[in-house]
Structure formats: structure tokens, C-alpha cells
Design a protein around this ligand. Structure first.
Ligand code: SF4
Length: 322
């Protein structure tokens, strides 16, 4: 999958977007309110599956920015059956007044296991009465034809999100960050999913090594042409004990400053069709693991910088879409 950076075990959907934010781009909080009429929490679970970019099928080192053991809570969750993880998440949510939940298969690649094993775990998660959705994070090269009947079956019970890690449409970048798949793999997966009653969410990073403004805008423009419903955008984070940290220490990689990120993000959003939901516009990581940049630790500051700059520029999602 593509989001090893933000591994908080569960939590309410980002509701810190202000009303102004939500007018200028289509936030996930707004989508959930429209769809369910009330607050919804995500329960992050870990089924203990691995990743083909770690177990040798397409690599052993993982993506440049990925730190597999970065989220100790999730690591420990592997020992707990998924049903129990869901149960605890529901209880925690209820204590906070939340009654509807999306089970988020977040860690590693959640379609990289035999279909029978996947079926048993996904259907179990969907069987909880308060669970309205299941969100499955994975990679483009792990969405083969054999999975489509299972995803269709699951979508008959609850809403289904397939979160596909892509990061960039440029093969040169994918190779540089050691993704172990191509953009063509992604297009093929999205076409396959487009025949299913599921929502497709694409994970993308801004500020990847070797990428300039034009390359990132090309990613926005090419994605705008594809049948996807949602995006998760965030800056590349340099985490402790990753290959990215080595590059950063050798001064071979420079992390984005907040104002640079906000500019890029707005330019990206303006090229993103207005009906695409933004599940995420920034990222989080445990403070003790984050090397650079450090500003994502202050999520409210990022949101308010985005809001201020969108207002100043009178920017809006989809404004530059043709
Ligand atoms: S694809 Fe695998 S190696 Fe890459 S970020 Fe996801 S879990 Fe990590």
C-alpha cells in the first residue's frame, strides 16, 4: 500500500477542516456527513499480512519512505484477531459518541493473501452491525481479476473503499522510490475496479525525490482523467531508519517547507475535479520517528495555512479542470 507514514490505530475522520476549507475543496468529513448523516470513525486494523515489496516478490527493502515497524501499536495489533480489534474500536468510538464505523485495513498490503483468507477476514469485519464500510489499502499490482468477485460480494454488504498506493504517475519516480510497480499496473487496476460498486481512493505524495512542479501537476491532470473517486494527498515524510533518511542526511533530498507544500497542494487541488473527495490533505507520523519536515506534526497549522492561502488566491478545487 502507500501510506506507511500515518499509522494511528483508529480515530475519528478528520473533522478539523473548517467550514471555509470545506467550501473550497470536497473534504471526506463533508462526504461522510452527506452519506451517513452523522459522525463516522475509522477503526484501523492489522490483519498481519505482508507486502510484496518486502517479502521478495518484487523487493525486500520496501519503498524508500516506508518504515514497516514504525507503528508499534499496529505491530502489536497483529497478535489480536481482527474481530477483536474491531470490537475494541467500536467500544472506543462509542465512548466518544460515535455510532458508525469504517474498518480500515491499513497496515501493509491488504489484498496480498489467498482469496479465502481475505474473504473470511473482510466479511467478518463487515458483519458488525455498526460497521458501515470497509476500507482496504493495497498496491496496484495486488488487485488481480481473481479478487473482483470478493470485492463485489463485500460491497453488497457494506460500502467499500479500495485505497490504492500510487504516489506519482511517473515511472521514473516510482523506480527511484522503489515502488516495485509501474503506472501501467495502476491504470490496469483502476480499470478493473471501475466495473465494481466500490469507491477508489488513490494515495499520492507531493515532494518526492526528483519531482518538480510540472511533474506533480501532470500527476494531477492524468488522474483527473481516470475513474477514481477520492484522493489522499500528503508531503513525503522522512522517517527515522528509512532509505529516505539516508538520502536526507547525505543532503541528496530536501523536504518541502510548509509554504511550498501549500502552494503545490492548491495547484494540485485546482486540477482535481470538484466531485473528487479529499480523504486527506496532510500526513501525520509519531514525533519520535519524524526526521523531516516537522511541520506536519501541527495539523491544525497546516489546515489553517491551506485555508488562508486558498482564500488569498481565491482558489477552489477543480477550477483549472478542462
Ligand atoms: S507498498 Fe509495501 S513497502 Fe511500500 S509503503 Fe506500502 S507497505 Fe511499505
Amino acid at each position: 500500500m502507500g501510506e506507511r507514514v500515518s499509522r494511528r490505530a483508529g480515530g475519528a475522520i478528520d473533522s478539523r477542516c473548517s467550514v471555509e476549507d470545506q467550501k473550497r475543496y470536497y473534504s471526506f468529513a463533508r462526504f461522510l456527513l452527506q452519506r451517513y448523516g452523522e459522525r463516522v470513525s475509522k477503526i484501523s486494523v492489522d490483519a498481519g499480512w505482508t507486502c510484496p515489496n518486502r517479502d521478495g516478490r518484487c523487493g525486500v527493502e520496501g519503498c524508500l519512505f516506508c518504515r514497516v515497524d514504525s507503528f508499534s501499536r499496529m505491530e502489536s495489533l497483529q497478535q489480536i484477531p481482527v474481530a477483536q480489534q474491531v470490537e475494541s474500536g467500536v467500544q472506543r468510538g462509542r465512548q466518544k459518541g460515535v455510532n458508525k464505523f469504517i474498518v480500515y485495513f491499513q497496515a501493509s498490503t491488504n489484498t496480498y493473501a489467498p482469496v479465502t483468507a481475505l474473504r473470511s477476514v473482510f466479511l467478518q469485519a463487515a458483519s458488525f452491525p455498526d460497521v458501515v464500510g470497509v476500507s482496504i489499502a493495497t498496491r496496484p499490482d495486488c488487485l488481480g481479476e481473481e479478487l473482483m468477485p470478493l470485492l463485489t460480494e463485500l460491497a453488497e454488504r457494506v460500502d467499500v473503499w479500495i485505497e490504492v498506493g500510487l504516489q506519482s504517475v511517473h515511472d521514473r519516480t516510482l523506480q527511484l522510490v522503489r515502488r516495485g510497480h509501474t503506472y501501467a499496473d495502476f491504470e490496469q487496476a483502476v480499470q478493473r475496479l471501475s466495473h465494481l460498486p466500490v469507491r477508489v481512493c488513490v494515495h499520492l505524495m507531493l515532494g518526492l525525490p526528483g519531482e518538480d512542479h510540472a511533474m506533480m501537476m501532470e500527476t494531477a491532470e492524468r488522474l483527473a482523467q481516470l475513474p477514481v473517486h477520492e484522493l489522499k494527498l500528503h508531503p513525503m515524510l522522512v522517517l527515522k531508519d528509512t532509505a529516505a533518511e539516508r538520502l536526507y542526511r547525505q543532503s541528496a533530498y530536501r523536504a518541502l517547507e510548509l509554504d511550498e507544500y501549500v502552494e503545490l497542494l492548491i495547484d494540485f487541488l485546482q486540477r482535481t475535479p470538484a466531485d473528487r473527495v479529499l480523504q486527506r490533505v496532510t500526513a501525520e507520523a509519531p514525533a519520535e520517528l519524524l526526521i523531516a519536515p516537522l511541520w506536519p506534526l501541527h495539523k491544525a497549522r497546516v489546515h489553517s495555512a491551506l485555508q488562508r492561502e486558498m482564500e488569498r488566491r481565491n482558489a477552489r478545487q477543480g477550477r483549472l479542470c478542462v
